[in-house]
Design a protein around this ligand. Sequence first.
Ligand code: ADP
Ligand code: MG
Length: 206
Amino acid sequence: MAITRDQTLDWMRRFAGEMAEHRQELVALDTAIGDGDHGTNMNRGMTKALEKLDGAEQAASGAVLKTVAMALVSSVGGAAGPLYGTLFLQMGTALTGVQEVGLSAYATAWRKALQGVQARGKAEPGDKTMVDALIPAVEALESASDLNGGLRAAAQAAEEGMKATTPLIARKGRASYLGERSKDHQDPGATSTYYLFKSAAEALAD
Ligand code: ADP
Ligand code: MG
């Protein structure tokens, strides 16, 4: 099985839908340990991304993801815009020219995306960031034996990684200014990353 351009578009539409639906939840999480804009940021960025995709020529998965990256970088300030921009740009670049996006090419692209996010933000596992959802999800994909099951495992791993951020003390981003007081709150960026994998698993399941 391989991932088609239409499935990639469906993934991005679903992710935009999740960001609209969970905007308030992400705002509330970011209000507790940041400046309260994560839900608004992600919703604005993904709304822009869909506008760009709707106005663009039909393109392959790699180009779709690069378009999303550009839209996020140009419309979302703060930490998450450039970090998600890097994620989609690295993934899109890795998939460009790949004829059949099977499990191995897809897992490689996700690994590149993770490396890009870490190169940009310098977050390590346990720093209470989106990286804590990304790492277990990418590892789940890498050890999977088929795409569909792999993405379901990745979504579950991302959810566990997201939940595991709650007891952590933030060491990166705005939440790190709170020190000990960042404890007992789930990280907003790890939460949006969980929705990213959830929507990918759903786009591939139907
Ligand atoms: P800002 O913090 O600039 O207001 P957002 O609120 O949109 O940006 O995003 C906050 C999220 O960004 C955090 O919850 C965290 O997951 C993620 N984040 C912040 N800094 C980093 C970093 N250096 N590396 C990885 N993720 C980060
Ligand atoms: Mg914020």
